[in-house]
Design a protein. Structure first.
Length: 234
Protein backbone atom coordinates (compact mmCIF):
# COMPACT_ATOMS: atom_id res chain seq x y z
CA UNK A 1 0.00 0.00 0.00
CA UNK A 2 1.20 3.52 -0.81
CA UNK A 3 2.54 4.98 2.44
CA UNK A 4 3.50 8.52 3.45
CA UNK A 5 5.66 8.95 6.53
CA UNK A 6 5.96 12.54 7.69
CA UNK A 7 8.60 13.79 10.12
CA UNK A 8 7.54 17.00 11.85
CA UNK A 9 7.78 18.89 15.12
CA UNK A 10 4.03 19.58 14.75
CA UNK A 11 2.56 16.08 14.31
CA UNK A 12 -0.88 17.35 15.38
CA UNK A 13 -1.17 19.20 12.06
CA UNK A 14 -1.82 15.78 10.42
CA UNK A 15 -3.93 14.43 8.83
CA UNK A 16 -5.52 17.92 8.79
CA UNK A 17 -6.88 18.54 5.30
CA UNK A 18 -5.71 15.07 4.23
CA UNK A 19 -8.38 13.63 6.54
CA UNK A 20 -11.34 14.99 4.51
CA UNK A 21 -12.74 14.67 0.99
CA UNK A 22 -10.99 12.40 -1.56
CA UNK A 23 -7.76 11.86 0.38
CA UNK A 24 -9.60 11.39 3.70
CA UNK A 25 -12.06 8.86 2.31
CA UNK A 26 -9.20 6.97 0.67
CA UNK A 27 -7.26 7.02 3.95
CA UNK A 28 -10.24 5.59 5.85
CA UNK A 29 -10.79 3.01 3.11
CA UNK A 30 -7.16 1.87 3.39
CA UNK A 31 -6.13 2.98 -0.12
CA UNK A 32 -3.07 4.68 1.40
CA UNK A 33 -1.45 4.96 4.82
CA UNK A 34 -0.05 7.87 6.79
CA UNK A 35 2.34 7.79 9.75
CA UNK A 36 3.51 10.91 11.45
CA UNK A 37 6.73 10.93 13.42
CA UNK A 38 7.30 13.55 16.11
CA UNK A 39 10.91 14.66 15.64
CA UNK A 40 11.00 15.79 19.27
CA UNK A 41 10.79 12.15 20.37
CA UNK A 42 14.37 11.80 19.12
CA UNK A 43 15.81 14.71 21.12
CA UNK A 44 18.43 13.83 23.71
CA UNK A 45 17.48 16.23 26.51
CA UNK A 46 14.53 16.65 28.84
CA UNK A 47 13.45 19.84 27.02
CA UNK A 48 13.17 17.83 23.79
CA UNK A 49 15.35 20.34 21.96
CA UNK A 50 15.37 20.05 18.17
CA UNK A 51 17.10 23.33 17.21
CA UNK A 52 20.14 25.40 18.02
CA UNK A 53 21.73 28.71 17.08
CA UNK A 54 23.33 28.99 13.61
CA UNK A 55 27.07 28.44 13.35
CA UNK A 56 28.57 31.71 12.16
CA UNK A 57 25.76 33.76 13.73
CA UNK A 58 22.72 35.30 12.12
CA UNK A 59 18.99 35.24 12.73
CA UNK A 60 16.80 32.30 13.74
CA UNK A 61 17.56 28.74 14.68
CA UNK A 62 18.66 25.62 12.79
CA UNK A 63 17.26 22.08 13.10
CA UNK A 64 19.86 19.83 14.68
CA UNK A 65 21.48 17.18 12.47
CA UNK A 66 21.78 14.52 15.19
CA UNK A 67 18.14 14.66 16.29
CA UNK A 68 16.83 14.66 12.74
CA UNK A 69 19.15 11.82 11.72
CA UNK A 70 17.77 9.63 14.52
CA UNK A 71 14.19 10.42 13.47
CA UNK A 72 14.99 9.64 9.82
CA UNK A 73 16.73 6.37 10.72
CA UNK A 74 13.67 5.26 12.66
CA UNK A 75 11.20 6.17 9.89
CA UNK A 76 13.00 5.44 6.64
CA UNK A 77 14.06 1.82 6.71
CA UNK A 78 12.69 0.96 3.26
CA UNK A 79 13.10 1.92 -0.40
CA UNK A 80 10.79 4.94 -0.41
CA UNK A 81 12.24 8.25 -1.65
CA UNK A 82 13.42 10.43 1.21
CA UNK A 83 12.47 14.05 0.55
CA UNK A 84 13.08 17.28 2.44
CA UNK A 85 10.53 20.00 1.77
CA UNK A 86 12.61 23.06 1.06
CA UNK A 87 12.21 26.36 -0.84
CA UNK A 88 15.61 25.76 -2.43
CA UNK A 89 14.63 22.33 -3.72
CA UNK A 90 13.73 21.24 -7.23
CA UNK A 91 10.21 22.54 -7.98
CA UNK A 92 7.57 19.81 -7.70
CA UNK A 93 5.88 19.03 -11.03
CA UNK A 94 2.99 16.84 -12.10
CA UNK A 95 5.52 14.49 -13.76
CA UNK A 96 7.30 13.99 -10.46
CA UNK A 97 3.99 13.57 -8.64
CA UNK A 98 2.99 10.85 -11.12
CA UNK A 99 6.31 9.08 -10.56
CA UNK A 100 5.96 9.30 -6.77
CA UNK A 101 2.35 8.08 -6.88
CA UNK A 102 3.49 5.11 -8.96
CA UNK A 103 6.05 4.07 -6.33
CA UNK A 104 5.77 2.64 -2.81
CA UNK A 105 5.22 6.04 -1.14
CA UNK A 106 7.34 8.81 0.36
CA UNK A 107 9.18 9.78 3.52
CA UNK A 108 8.89 13.53 3.99
CA UNK A 109 10.97 15.67 6.33
CA UNK A 110 9.35 18.97 7.30
CA UNK A 111 11.79 21.75 8.05
CA UNK A 112 11.11 24.57 10.50
CA UNK A 113 13.05 27.62 11.74
CA UNK A 114 15.74 28.91 9.32
CA UNK A 115 16.18 25.40 7.96
CA UNK A 116 18.05 22.16 8.52
CA UNK A 117 21.73 21.53 9.33
CA UNK A 118 23.32 20.87 5.93
CA UNK A 119 25.20 17.81 7.23
CA UNK A 120 22.07 15.73 7.79
CA UNK A 121 20.90 16.56 4.26
CA UNK A 122 24.20 15.18 2.92
CA UNK A 123 24.55 12.30 5.38
CA UNK A 124 21.06 10.90 4.76
CA UNK A 125 20.89 11.85 1.06
CA UNK A 126 17.78 13.98 1.48
CA UNK A 127 16.40 15.19 -1.85
CA UNK A 128 15.14 18.76 -1.55
CA UNK A 129 11.74 19.47 -3.12
CA UNK A 130 10.00 22.85 -3.32
CA UNK A 131 6.30 23.54 -3.76
CA UNK A 132 6.89 27.01 -5.21
CA UNK A 133 8.98 30.14 -5.20
CA UNK A 134 7.72 31.53 -1.90
CA UNK A 135 8.61 30.81 1.73
CA UNK A 136 6.25 28.94 4.07
CA UNK A 137 6.83 28.90 7.82
CA UNK A 138 7.31 25.14 7.81
CA UNK A 139 7.37 22.07 5.59
CA UNK A 140 4.07 20.63 6.84
CA UNK A 141 1.75 22.44 4.41
CA UNK A 142 4.18 21.68 1.58
CA UNK A 143 4.15 17.99 2.61
CA UNK A 144 0.34 18.00 2.61
CA UNK A 145 0.31 19.49 -0.90
CA UNK A 146 2.69 16.79 -2.16
CA UNK A 147 0.77 13.96 -0.49
CA UNK A 148 -2.60 15.26 -1.73
CA UNK A 149 -1.30 15.51 -5.31
CA UNK A 150 -0.04 11.89 -5.14
CA UNK A 151 -2.99 10.32 -3.33
CA UNK A 152 -5.58 11.53 -5.84
CA UNK A 153 -3.68 9.61 -8.54
CA UNK A 154 -3.72 6.29 -6.66
CA UNK A 155 -5.92 3.59 -8.24
CA UNK A 156 -9.56 3.95 -7.22
CA UNK A 157 -9.19 7.28 -5.40
CA UNK A 158 -10.56 9.66 -8.02
CA UNK A 159 -14.20 9.25 -9.08
CA UNK A 160 -13.82 9.53 -12.87
CA UNK A 161 -10.76 7.66 -14.18
CA UNK A 162 -10.44 10.12 -17.11
CA UNK A 163 -10.16 13.17 -14.84
CA UNK A 164 -6.41 12.84 -14.31
CA UNK A 165 -5.70 12.26 -18.00
CA UNK A 166 -7.27 15.60 -19.00
CA UNK A 167 -5.89 17.78 -16.23
CA UNK A 168 -3.53 20.73 -16.30
CA UNK A 169 0.13 19.77 -16.84
CA UNK A 170 -0.60 16.15 -17.80
CA UNK A 171 0.11 16.91 -21.48
CA UNK A 172 2.18 20.04 -20.91
CA UNK A 173 -0.91 22.24 -21.25
CA UNK A 174 -3.17 24.04 -18.78
CA UNK A 175 -6.72 22.75 -18.69
CA UNK A 176 -9.52 24.20 -20.85
CA UNK A 177 -12.35 26.23 -19.19
CA UNK A 178 -15.33 24.47 -17.58
CA UNK A 179 -19.03 25.41 -17.56
CA UNK A 180 -22.21 23.97 -16.07
CA UNK A 181 -25.87 24.98 -15.74
CA UNK A 182 -27.48 27.53 -15.87
CA UNK A 183 -27.01 28.12 -19.61
CA UNK A 184 -26.73 31.89 -19.00
CA UNK A 185 -25.11 33.40 -15.88
CA UNK A 186 -25.31 37.18 -15.41
CA UNK A 187 -25.62 37.62 -19.17
CA UNK A 188 -22.74 35.25 -19.97
CA UNK A 189 -23.79 32.21 -22.03
CA UNK A 190 -22.06 28.84 -22.12
CA UNK A 191 -20.05 28.71 -25.41
CA UNK A 192 -22.42 27.32 -28.05
CA UNK A 193 -20.08 24.56 -29.19
CA UNK A 194 -20.32 22.88 -25.77
CA UNK A 195 -24.09 22.52 -26.19
CA UNK A 196 -23.82 21.26 -29.80
CA UNK A 197 -23.46 17.57 -28.96
CA UNK A 198 -20.69 17.36 -31.60
CA UNK A 199 -17.92 15.58 -29.69
CA UNK A 200 -15.21 16.16 -32.30
CA UNK A 201 -15.93 19.90 -32.35
CA UNK A 202 -16.02 20.03 -28.55
CA UNK A 203 -12.66 18.26 -28.33
CA UNK A 204 -11.14 20.66 -30.90
CA UNK A 205 -12.51 23.72 -29.04
CA UNK A 206 -11.13 22.44 -25.71
CA UNK A 207 -7.75 21.76 -27.25
CA UNK A 208 -7.61 25.27 -28.78
CA UNK A 209 -8.63 26.86 -25.47
CA UNK A 210 -6.03 24.83 -23.55
CA UNK A 211 -3.36 26.00 -26.00
CA UNK A 212 -4.52 29.63 -25.83
CA UNK A 213 -4.50 29.65 -22.00
CA UNK A 214 -1.08 27.99 -21.84
CA UNK A 215 0.41 30.50 -24.33
CA UNK A 216 -1.11 33.46 -22.46
CA UNK A 217 -0.53 32.40 -18.85
CA UNK A 218 2.48 30.09 -18.91
CA UNK A 219 4.88 31.01 -21.71
CA UNK A 220 7.44 28.80 -19.93
CA UNK A 221 5.26 25.69 -20.35
CA UNK A 222 4.42 26.67 -23.91
CA UNK A 223 8.09 27.12 -24.82
CA UNK A 224 8.98 23.75 -23.24
CA UNK A 225 6.20 22.12 -25.29
CA UNK A 226 7.36 23.83 -28.46
CA UNK A 227 10.87 22.50 -27.89
CA UNK A 228 9.51 18.96 -27.49
CA UNK A 229 7.33 19.20 -30.59
CA UNK A 230 10.09 20.63 -32.80
CA UNK A 231 12.89 18.40 -31.44
CA UNK A 232 14.20 16.25 -34.33
CA UNK A 233 13.64 12.51 -33.98
CA UNK A 234 16.50 10.32 -32.77
C1 LIG B 1 10.87 29.52 7.16
S1 LIG B 1 11.28 28.21 6.11
C2 LIG B 1 13.01 28.38 5.93
C3 LIG B 1 13.39 29.25 4.77
C4 LIG B 1 14.91 29.35 4.56
N1 LIG B 1 15.51 30.15 5.59
C5 LIG B 1 15.22 29.94 3.20
O1 LIG B 1 15.37 31.14 3.09
O2 LIG B 1 15.28 29.16 2.21
C6 LIG B 1 11.12 26.78 7.15
C7 LIG B 1 10.83 25.49 6.45
O3 LIG B 1 9.63 25.60 5.71
C8 LIG B 1 9.66 24.69 4.61
N2 LIG B 1 9.35 25.46 3.39
C9 LIG B 1 9.23 26.80 3.29
N3 LIG B 1 8.94 27.17 2.04
C10 LIG B 1 8.86 26.05 1.30
C11 LIG B 1 8.61 25.79 -0.07
N4 LIG B 1 8.39 26.77 -0.95
N5 LIG B 1 8.59 24.50 -0.49
C12 LIG B 1 8.84 23.49 0.37
N6 LIG B 1 9.10 23.68 1.70
C13 LIG B 1 9.11 24.94 2.16
C14 LIG B 1 11.03 24.05 4.59
O4 LIG B 1 10.94 22.78 5.19
C15 LIG B 1 11.85 25.02 5.44
O5 LIG B 1 12.95 24.38 6.06
Amino acid sequence: MWRASVLSIFPDMFPGPLGVSLAGKALTAGAWALDVVDIRNFAADKHRTVDDTPAGGGPGMVMKADVLARAIDAAAADARPLLLLSPRGVPLTQNRVEALAGGPGVVLVCGRFEGVDERVIAARGLEEVSVGDYVLSGGEIAAMALIDACVRLLPGVMGAPDSAAEESFTHGLLEYPHYTRPPVFEGRPIPEVLLSGDHAKIAAWRRAEAERLTRERRPDLWAARDRKVTKPAG
